[in-house]
Structure formats: structure tokens, C-alpha cells
Design a protein. Structure first.
Length: 227
């Protein structure tokens, strides 16, 4: 087990496993957000099901642990790679999007972390956490909270920028996870790049649907009030 925590390969393995679990959660959360676009009642039912129930709390703690491990080992690998490169940096002249994202995975990760903090403050803190501590201000209907937030243009822009960074992070991250877990032969090399882009695009578009839909709806309603 020593290699798992102290070797470069072991750290990459942990990064791949935690990253894969987080991607699966993102797909679930994305589907949940898409429900809101079609039915506020159904979305509120899901929020109630995933409130302060024990299974939801356990899942939240598990996700927090996975995210913490992913950030910790991402930091360790970044420092290790920086130390190994010294002052030379990257010598590759390849300027493709994938190569750019590979060079900036940690910076993208920090931007994503900042967006996650904003997300937790806007939603989790006012919903599950408030319910756990018995706050009278706990929001029962999550749909109203989401719609109100995305009626403000500044939050729509913030979330779309966050999703843009997430897309770049995932295009390299998903591919890198496949590579680390052993799918690195020549036959699958290009296929995995394609799969990574597809997964990243599905997640980004799925999450963007709600802020764009309710942002545009709010804008149109504002225009209508002028006439």
C-alpha cells in the first residue's frame, strides 16, 4: 500500500479514482438540474428526497472526502512535477486545447474550487446545511432558490465561466484517468480523447441549461414589463 500514497503512479491512481467518482456525481447532478428546466415540482421532490436524510448526509460527506483527496493529491502531483521540471517548464510546442488544459490543470482546478465554494454558499448552505442545524431560514423549495439566483445576470455569467473551466479540466482529466487506469494503447488513444470531449461537453451543456434558460426567461420578462 506504500506505493499508493507515496509514489507518483500511486498518486495518479488516487487522482483517477477520485476524479472518476466526482465525474459520475456531476452526471447525476446535471440530470437533476435538467429536471428543473422541465418541472419545478419534480425538482422540488428530488430536493426533498435528498434533504437532511441520513443517506444524503453520508453521500455528502463521501463526496467531500473524495474532493479533498482529489485536491490534495492534485497539489502534491503539481508540486512534484514543478520540482522535476525546474526552470525549464514545458518544452512542447503543441498548442492544442488538450495540451493547454494539461499545462493548466491545477489553475483550472483552483477556479473550479472557487466556483464550487460559490455554489455551496448559494445552495447547499441554504438547503441541506440549514436543515441539518434546524435553521428556520432553511429553504424547502429548491426550485425557487435556483430560479431567483439565475434571474441575476452576474450569476449566470459566473456559472458559465465556471463551466467553461470545468469543460477544459474534464477534457484532459477524463482522458488522463483512462490512461492511468491502463487504457493507453494506440488503438484507444484517439478514442479516449473523443470520449473525454463528449463527456465534458455533455456535463457542461447539461449544467448550462438551467442558468441560460432562467436567465433568458428573466431577461424576456424584464423586456415585457417595459411594454
Amino acid at each position: 500500500m506504500y506505493w499508493l500514497f507515496n509514489s507518483s503512479l500511486g498518486r495518479k491512481f488516487i487522482m483517477s479514482i477520485t476524479g472518476t467518482c466526482l465525474v459520475l456525481f456531476l452526471l447525476f447532478h446535471m440530470c437533476m438540474n435538467l429536471v428543473l428546466v422541465f418541472s419545478t415540482e419534480a425538482y422540488d421532490m428530488i430536493c426533498e428526497f435528498l434533504g437532511a436524510n441520513w443517506y444524503a448526509v453520508v453521500a455528502t460527506l463521501g463526496l467531500a472526502g473524495l474532493a479533498a483527496l482529489h485536491i490534495l493529491y492534485g497539489t502534491l502531483l503539481t508540486l512534484q512535477n514543478k520540482s522535476a521540471r525546474g526552470s525549464q517548464g514545458y518544452s512542447s510546442g503543441n498548442k492544442t486545447k488538450t495540451e493547454w488544459s494539461a499545462k493548466n490543470m491545477y489553475v483550472l482546478g483552483l477556479f473550479i474550487l472557487l466556483g464550487l465554494v460559490i455554489h455551496l454558499c448559494n445552495f447547499w448552505y441554504k438547503m441541506q446545511f440549514a436543515e441539518l442545524i434546524g435553521s428556520p431560514d432553511a429553504v424547502a423549495a429548491g426550485s425557487g432558490l435556483v430560479i431567483e439566483l439565475f434571474s441575476k445576470a452576474v450569476y449566470v455569467v459566473i456559472y458559465l465561466l465556471w463551466l467553461f473551466a470545468l469543460w477544459f479540466h474534464l477534457t484532459h482529466g477524463v482522458w488522463s484517468a483512462f490512461q492511468t487506469l491502463g487504457w493507453n494503447n494506440k488503438t484507444w488513444y484517439r478514442r479516449l480523447h473523443g470520449i473525454s470531449c463528449i463527456v465534458a461537453t455533455i456535463i457542461a451543456i447539461g449544467f448550462a441549461a438551467a442558468p441560460i434558460y432562467f436567465g433568458v426567461e428573466s431577461l424576456l420578462n424584464g423586456i415585457m414589463t417595459l411594454y
